[in-house]
Design a protein around this ligand. Sequence first.
Ligand SMILES: *Cc1c(COP(=O)(O)O)cnc(C)c1O
Length: 230
Amino acid sequence: MKDFPHAGLSAVKAKLNEAAINAKRDPSSIDLIAVSKTFGAEEILPVLRAGQRKFGENRVQESLQKWPDLKQHFPDVELHLIGPLQSNKVKEAIALFDVVHTVDRLKIAQALATEANRQNKNLQYFIQVNIGNEDQKSGVAPEEANAFVDHCRNELSLNIVGLMCIPPVDEDPTPHFQALAQLAKRHNLTRLSMGMSGDFAIAIAAGSTDVRVGSAIFGHRAANPLLQAK
Ligand SMILES: *Cc1c(COP(=O)(O)O)cnc(C)c1O
């Protein structure tokens, strides 16, 4: 069956390809995660029909209202949790999501490990690093990242696939993206979740393998972007 084109998705894919080629990288080595937060099924369905299967959401509760239904029609959807996770939502998160990008503290890492075992589910996890050392932002401090990655892998047996960051908004993101890439390399972590609508081409130049793109695909969000805060 031929996919139905979606203008926003096509434009982002073209830009992703171009950024990859400019960086002398294989475009197929970069995963596009369509961030559908605040959008309902009527906006998400055309993107699904255009062939997109990886989606990002930043709230468990909101995701539960739309994705169980959508997944019935598109069972091969891969759902990524990209927003901060509270302990009381871990059970639902493990049941619904395939990948969690926001493992950012010991308590949550432990809860995820326990609950994934209980539900017999194998998720993939990124550790979120507060790469700009910002007071208001989630993530482990860069200087604590080494110990935290080791603990999650060795003591909790979490399948840590990479690192994730959101650089400070008013700064050049490149040095932050590069710092995250360096940290990942030290742990032989091959995946880097970095880059959003405004900076995903720059993130690809710095080695991103998972770009999280919302408004460039879906258009402007009516509600204020639910940006990450502690
Ligand atoms: C909302 C969000 C995105 C997507 O943002 P856009 O600027 O709309 O592309 C990416 N990552 C996280 C963590 C988000 O919360």
